[in-house]
Design a protein around this ligand. Sequence first.
Ligand SMILES: [Zn+2]
Length: 239
Amino acid sequence: MTTITSNGSKWYGEAPDSIDKLVEVLKENTLDPRFIEYGNFIIADVGSVRFFGNFHNLSHVFNIRTDDPAVIAKLTRAIRENLRRDDYRAALAAKNRFITADDIKHDLKDARYADGRNAWDSAEDMTRDVSAELRRRGIPHSPAQYDAGGNCLTCGECGRCPGVHTFEEIQKAARTASRDRITRLPAFRVTYGDGESYVTSMAAGVTLAEARAYFVGTRHTMSDEKTTKTVATVEEMTP
Ligand SMILES: [Zn+2]
C-alpha cells in the first residue's frame, strides 16, 4: 500500500500528485539538502519506507509511505540520482560551508542534555561523536593539530577544541595564519650594557641569530648626540 500524505504544493483537500509526477520533478529540480537532518529523504521503517523532503528552489513537499517494492525502487532510484548530481552537491556544499565542528559539538551536547545522557564521559567520546555526525552529514573533516603548548592550530582552543575540524575551517585558519605571517614583521628587544632597551622590527624572515649578529657589540649614539651605548643582548618579542 502507498499512502501519499503530500506530493506537491496543494491546497487542503486537493489530490496530491502521482508518484510518476514526483519522479519527473526529481529529474528537473534540486533536492533541498536541509532534509539530511530529517532522514535524508529515504527513511526505512518497520515494513515500509517513508519518502520525505522538498526541493531547493521549488516548493514541492513530498511525504509518502509505501511498502510497494516497485514504488520503493522507483523513488529510491530517482532520489539517489538527484543526490549524485552536481546541482545537489553544490547546494549541499553551500549549506555545509559555514558549519563548524564546534557547531556540531554544541548540537550534540544540547541533545545529550535534553535526553538525560548529559556530558560525554571523555573528550575522546565527544570527538568520536562529532566526527560521526560530520561524516553522516557528508562534511569533510580531519583531526585537529596542536602546537607545542597544546593549543589547536585551527580554533586556538586547548580544552574546548572539538578534536576535529572541517576542511573549510582548516583552510580558513591557514589563510588567516599566512596573511599574519606576511604582515607581521619580526620584533626584537635590543638591550644595552646598562640595561636600557628598545624594541625594533626587522624585515620579514629575519631570525634571532641574524638580529644578534647585526646588533650585539655595536655602539649606538643616543638621542642626546653625546652618549654612546653598546648593545649587549637581543631577544625576540613573542607576537
Ligand atoms: Zn580546534
